[in-house]
Design a protein around this ligand. Structure first.
Ligand SMILES: [Mg+2]
Length: 171
């Protein structure tokens, strides 16, 4: 049961996920959460840092697709300057959004990774789809009200997780 919450890797920020790391692990497509992973949850736009990270990974032919539980409108506003394809209302921790992305972009799950800031949604959805995952720290340390509840549960799971998998660590 606990293994459902176990991320493959833990990296401080999506901006620290280098194209070299992805290619070494045979990853040519990144599915990414939006809020607090790619942009702060309360922000309409991304940053210069996001722009240069996207530029860098795309240069190596790595696809980036946003898979978010948020609405079409919210995601479009946030990513419109970056020409990113996206799947809205992904319903993570259910597998609907990730499966939709795999199918409609014709992706091989062995070459795909899901990046997100929540164990309870992003990591569980990825594990349920047998897609590898990278847990990142949230970009800002407050959350939307519905996420705050998840964070309380997450703390409990987190404590159990590090007991069971003492090798888990932030890179
Ligand atoms: Mg998030």
């Amino acid at each position: 049961m606990l293994s459902k919450f176990r991320p493959t890797w833990m990296i401080e920020s999506i901006y620290n996920v280098s194209p070299q790391f992805l290619l070494e692990n045979n990853i040519n497509c990144v599915l990414t959460d939006l809020d607090n992973t790619l942009v702060p949850w309360n922000s309409k736009k991304g940053s210069e840092e996001l722009r240069s990270w996207l530029h860098e990974v795309k240069k190596y032919g790595i696809k980036v697709i946003v898979v978010s539980n948020n609405s079409h409108k919210r995601i479009q506003k946030a990513v419109q300057d970056y020409e990113l394809p996206f799947v809205p209302r992904a319903m993570k921790p259910l597998t609907i959004g990730i499966r939709h992305a795999l199918k409609s972009f014709n992706l091989n799950k062995k070459n795909t990774v899901m990046i997100g800031d929540q164990l309870l949604t992003d990591v569980v959805a990825a594990n349920s789809c047998h897609v590898r995952s990278i847990l990142v720290k949230p970009l800002v340390d407050n959350d939307a009200w519905n996420t705050t509840l998840n964070r309380c549960l997450e703390k409990i799971i987190w404590n159990k997780l590090i007991k069971k998998y003492p090798n888990l660590h932030w890179e």
